[in-house]
Design a protein. Structure first.
Length: 141
């Protein structure tokens, strides 16, 4: 096998880290998976705590059909609810439900505790630097 370059190795390590974090958070957020947590977070900080599905998909990094597949079971268990947009009755939006707000608050507390275990202390500057790199990568994709 040929030796891979540093950029390919970085992407492989990034993908592995993402998978490991998902597995850790899926079992540690009190019944919420990482994907559901991310969706509830973006809805909670959105204006009026609601977004068009396509805008939510963009925030999360999924396709429109991918976000719909995640939202259907979330709606069934009362984490989110959907409705028509006031400005355009044809457009659908999704908003965080009361049950989703409660679950998100609980999950945020658990997330903070898990991150204290995972992220070494004194790495704030490195995290900010890495976050900037991720922003740059996302802008290029």
């Amino acid at each position: 096998m040929q030796k891979i370059n540093q950029s390919v190795n970085f992407i492989l390590e990034l993908a592995k880290t993402q998978a490991m974090l998902s597995r850790r958070f899926d079992s540690g957020l009190g019944g919420l998976g990482l994907s559901e947590f991310i969706i509830l977070y973006w809805l909670s900080v959105a204006k009026g705590e609601k977004m068009r599905r396509i805008d939510l998909a963009d925030k999360v990094g999924l396709t429109a059909s991918g976000i719909t597949r995640l939202l259907l079971p979330m709606e069934k268990i009362g984490l989110v609810k959907s409705g028509k947009r006031e400005a355009d009755a044809r457009a659908r939006y999704v908003m965080i439900a009361a049950g989703g707000k409660r679950k998100l608050e609980e999950a945020l507390e658990r997330m903070e505790l898990l991150l204290k275990e995972i992220i070494p202390t004194g790495k704030k500057e490195k995290i900010q630097e890495f976050s900037k790199l991720l922003d740059q990568l996302q802008a290029q994709i």
